[in-house]
Design a protein around this ligand. Structure first.
Ligand SMILES: Nc1ncnc2c1ncn2[C@@H]1O[C@H](COP(=O)(O)OP(=O)(O)OP(=O)(O)O)[C@@H](O)[C@H]1O
Length: 291
């Protein structure tokens, strides 16, 4: 099972590039697609979900060109778009039955699959209530349920944790880990901690271009011995920010504990720390490394 993206570009009207010369090869695992707002994540997800055509480049699902024959991929695809909307008057069961019918599933297998998914997603008790009364997290779980109806080999979830409270966010992250196995899961987000728990690989994207594709431990290793912490008076912060990449601050009355990414020790008082994924993300976004 393999997804191969080659030289993929998308140009929108008025010369805005959504995606540019993007190459990527993915095998089963949870892939965190991480980048700031406007980086091109949704553009990539929409092309992979076969709802938007690229301006140039190819996407292959195993050996099939999905731009020429999208149905090859659609049969094995589950997609939770960023702006997933539910019909407020339908219950979860009615909505999932409707989605199963659109996907061409027969009523009997749809019914047993829906029952299974309601259990997995902890929605059994609410299954017969209208979706309009669901919390954000419950609606996202219904969104994942519809994406899983056909037990997809490629599961694409675009910014699934936006608007969720911390508890729902944690639940959602562990859910994605539980779903991993013999499938490719692409999770797009601008929140580093979303990918920290679940991702086996991370793809960093900015301004439509791939910045880096690596295992989380390799991203961290790049910053070994380059993350520092010490305390400064509050008034020194603006000058420090001009000189260094500040990846974290904690305020303590008139003092600030700063976390800085720097090749060399930035101060005699600075202590070296283990790098976090957040440090690596900020550093690579600033430096635009390519690999
Ligand atoms: N339909 C469109 N028409 C014109 N420009 C677009 C369109 N969709 C996206 N863009 C532009 O393409 C670039 C990439 O946008 P995209 O939505 O793919 O990024 P993103 O990483 O998903 O960001 P966000 O999380 O904010 O959605 C941005 O500059 C955006 O303004």
């Amino acid at each position: 099972m393999k997804l191969t993206i080659s030289q993929l570009s998308k140009q929108y009207p008025r010369s805005v590039w959504g995606l540019r010369d993007f190459d990527l090869e993915l095998v089963p695992g949870v892939i965190g697609l991480l980048g700031p707002n406007g980086a091109g994540k949704s553009t990539l997800m929409q092309i992979l979900a076969t709802v938007v055509l690229p301006s140039a480049g190819t996407v292959k699902w195993n050996d099939a060109d999905i731009l020429k024959s999208p149905d090859t991929l659609r049969a094995v695809l589950g997609y939770l778009p960023q702006d997933f909307g539910v019909y407020p008057n339908l219950t979860a069961v009615e909505f999932l039955e409707y989605m199963a019918a659109i996907k061409g599933m027969d009523a009997k297998s749809a019914r047993s699959r829906i029952e299974e998914l309601l259990v997995v997603l902890n929605l059994t008790l609410a299954a017969k209530r209208p979706l309009g009364g669901y919390s954000g997290g419950m609606k996202q779980r219904v969104g994942i349920a519809q994406a899983l109806l056909n037990d997809p080999q490629l599961l694409i979830v675009d910014e699934p944790t936006v608007g969720l409270d911390p508890e729902e966010r944690v639940y959602f992250r562990s859910l994605l880990s539980d779903l991993s196995g013999e499938r490719i899961i692409i999770l797009s987000t601008h929140i580093v901690s979303d990918v920290e728990a679940a991702a086996t690989e991370i793809v960093l994207i900015n301004q439509g271009r791939k910045i880096q594709h690596a295992a989380p431990e390799n991203l961290l290793a790049q910053l070994d011995g380059k993350v520092w912490q010490w305390t400064i008076p509050s008034y020194e912060l603006p000058t420090l920010k001009q000189k260094y990449l500040v990846s974290g601050i904690i305020r303590r009355e008139n003092l600030i504990q700063v976390r800085v990414v720097s090749d060399a020790s930035p101060s005699p008082e600075a202590q070296a720390l283990s790098p976090s994924l957040e440090d690596a993300y900020l550093h690579l976004m600033q430096n635009g490394d390519k690999s």
